[in-house]
Design a protein around this ligand. Structure first.
Ligand code: FES
Ligand code: FES
Length: 184
């Protein structure tokens, strides 16, 4: 997946350590001096990237999901220093015209929109997992060549991302349009 670098305009500098820079949406950023800073707080408070949302701050809601080297993680449970030398992609790095972003608009996949950045980043990572053949709890045939992103697979794989205001049907429809399979 090619991700266009976001403008560094919103990045505030932070006191760096001797570790390698994180690369956030294509822009190098020195890791924080305090190794206790979560990746979520680093993105929001140090770099001013407020697209990634803080919901539960304990790994339960998925609002803070970002991509690290293309894999989805909940950034509230990661330390920024763990991501030194790695590529972090937030919703800002998708440029606003990613096919999933456009599908979310078409399918009313958001109401308040608070969970939307995490939903979209999670769906991108999830589709990569399916393409790599990573099974889920509901994958019936673990020996099959390839996994179809059926509605059941889609719902199971996105179950870590909660929407508190009831946009789940639109979210599923948007992801299904871009990545789904008609197979039941
Ligand atoms: S804020 Fe990270 S999972 Fe809820
Ligand atoms: S759109 Fe409001 S929480 Fe999901």
């Amino acid at each position: 997946m090619k991700v266009e670098p976001a403008s560094p305009a919103g990045h505030r500098s932070c006191t760096g350590t001797s570790g390698p820079d994180l690369v956030v949406n294509g822009v190098p950023a020195p890791p924080p001096a305090d190794p206790r800073v979560s990746l979520l707080d680093f993105l929001r408070e140090h770099l001013g990237l407020h697209g990634t949302k803080k919901g539960c701050d304990q790994g339960a809601c998925g609002a803070c999901t970002v991509l690290v080297d293309g894999e989805r993680i909940v950034s509230c449970l990661a330390l920024a220093v763990q991501c030194a030398g790695r590529e972090v992609t937030t919703v800002e790095g998708l440029g606003g015209r990613h096919p999933l972003q456009e599908a979310f608009v078409r399918h009313d996949g958001l109401q308040c929109g608070y969970c939307t950045p995490g939903q979209i980043c999670s769906a991108i990572g999830m589709a990569e997992e399916v393409a790599r053949g990573v099974p889920s709890h509901v994958t019936a045939d673990l020996t099959a060549d390839g996994i179809a992103l059926t509605p059941a697979e889609l719902r199971e794989r996105m179950s870590g991302n909660l929407c508190r205001c009831g946009a789940h049907n639109g979210i599923v429809a948007a992801i299904a349009e871009v990545h789904g399979s008609a197979d039941a």
